[in-house]
Design a protein around this ligand. Structure first.
Ligand code: AHR
Length: 480
């Protein structure tokens, strides 16, 4: 029996709902064939994303962002310039999905747009004019162009990224060089009228602490946030491993690597604390997720992979980690929304499948904008030399005083008894659970193999409740 202690009275940071954000790139079938189908928004996908209350969507990349020239994607579709998407599969990009289509998508999703600008191969003027095009109310060359293209009103745009992975695909820059470039580009990104721009600097690649040090010391005062990218790759870069066929050792290796997010955030946040003790600059993890070899027979440049209960557990632990660091972490964006990497939705034509990771985002909805509360769980280390904890938890309290506990049982085959103390006899305890074999997944023939179910086996105690977590599961428990 493991002891779980929840203390509603120890209230910590607000969990920004943007921690539950997503990322969409012009890559494979994320935009074309995913979010955008046959020249229009894919409404069943939009509806599914609305159900998990998608709060923010990042676009157009990724590596694609630093090759994207926004003017190619506005105006009459027949005259939009075609280009080759050199990063992702060498396919023709016809630019039929551009700024207007993205803003329309965000409007339909009811989410905040997060636009990533091109610093690697674009000019200061180009980036500055994009912000003017999207947000300036009044007369200017860019607002006139916007009106000619069918949109008189400016859009509201808060989140703007100044380059992507500029240490790699965004220009192979040194931190010192990028810090100076960041300072220059961001100077010309204006907040017009009521629109307040929130500027996001390219941050480190996983454990590149020197990058964070240089950026914070040289450019920290010019940014609202620094972004971190970290992917969970069970194998090596050249042989990442299969998404659906894996050994128990690979299962634990994947979870161990996903849990590394905690150490990365702690170490980067420590550097940020030094330069920004007031917590003015946020850390945002705008690319995270599992990355495996592509599904056999698919274009290697499209990064299409299946998604199992292993991914659900990796997502659950990562989201618990973000919740627990919500004082510094203000946004995170899972890579990538549809058909790419750890997607929440897979599509084939007009058919769609919700992945186990989708269901985790559903289970975690109650954490959006709630307040993190103290939680403690007794764990034991499992997985042999991988040494991962068997249980992983976070908890929050919503505005009605209901506590929401999200807990994962990482043991692939053993259930776990939990004795939870909340410090009073609860009026009600309800729970929903997602469980299955580590390699269980949903596909077009069997879309509901892994699905959320109501959980009924809860018994009350004088100061909380007891229950048995099934093996390999993610559970959401609501306590009044
Ligand atoms: O998400 C796929 C790619 O991973 C992105 O384009 C890039 O930013 C990262 O390396």
């Amino acid at each position: 029996m493991s002891k779980l202690i929840i203390n509603k009275n120890i209230q910590k940071s607000k969990i920004n709902r943007n921690i539950y954000g997503h990322f969409s790139e012009h890559l494979g079938r994320c935009i074309y064939g995913g979010l955008y189908l046959d020249g229009r928004l894919n409404m069943p996908v939009v509806e599914a994303l609305r159900k998990i209350k998608i709060p923010v969507l990042r676009w157009p990349g990724g590596c694609f962002a630093d090759e994207y020239h926004w003017r190619d994607g506005v105006g009459a579709k027949e005259s939009r310039k075609k280009m080759i998407n050199t990063h992702w599969g060498g396919v023709t990009e016809d630019n039929s999905f551009g700024t207007h289509e993205f803003m329309d998508l965000c409007g339909k999703l009811g989410c905040e747009p997060y636009v990533n600008g091109n610093l690697g191969s674009g000019t200061v003027r180009e980036m500055s004019e994009w912000v003017e095009y999207m947000t300036l109310d009044g007369l200017s060359p860019m607002s006139q162009l916007r009106e000619e293209n069918g949109r008189r009103e400016p859009w509201r745009l808060k989140y703007f990224g100044v380059g992507n992975e500029n240490w790699g695909c965004g220009g192979n820059m040194r931190a010192e060089y990028y810090a100076d470039e960041y300072r220059r580009y961001q100077t010309y990104l204006r907040s017009y009228g009521e629109n307040r721009l929130y500027k996001i600097a390219c941050g480190p690649n996983s454990d590149d602490y020197r990058w964070t040090e240089i950026l914070m010391s040289r450019a920290g005062k010019y940014m609202d946030a620094l972004s971190l990218h970290y992917y969970t790759i069970p194998g090596s870069w050249d042989s990442k491993g299969s998404a659906t066929r894996f050994t128990e050792a690979e299962y634990f290796e994947t979870l161990k690597k996903a849990l590394r997010m905690n150490e990365l955030i702690e170490n980067h946040a420590r550097i940020m604390d030094h330069y920004d003790p007031e917590y003015r600059v946020d850390l945002i993890v705008d690319e995270w997720g599992t990355w495996y070899d592509v599904e056999p027979g698919t274009n290697p440049g499209f990064l299409y992979q299946q998604n199992t209960m292993r991914d659900a557990l990796a997502a659950a632990c990562t989201l618990n980690i973000f919740n627990r660091h919500s004082r510094r972490v203000a946004m995170a964006n899972l890579a990538q929304t549809v058909n790419v990497l750890q997607a929440v939705i897979l599509t084939e034509g007009d058919k769609l499948v919700l992945t186990p990771t989708y269901h985790v985002f559903d289970l975690y909805k109650a954490h959006h904008d709630a307040t993190l509360i103290e939680s403690y769980i007794e764990t034991e280390l499992i997985g042999g030399d991988k040494r991962v904890p068997d249980l992983h938890v976070s908890a929050s309290i919503d505005e009605n005083g209901t506590a929401h506990i999200t807990i994962a049982n990482l043991s692939p085959a053993e259930s776990r008894e939990i004795d939870c103390s909340v410090g009073y006899a609860p009026k009600s305890v309800t729970a929903r659970v997602l469980s299955g074999a580590p390699d269980a997944y949903n596909d077009f023939n069997a879309p509901d193999t892994v699905a959320i179910k109501a959980f009924t086996g809860i018994s009350s105690t004088t100061d909380g409740f007891r229950l048995t977590l099934p093996a390999c599961c993610v559970m959401e428990i609501a306590v009044v």
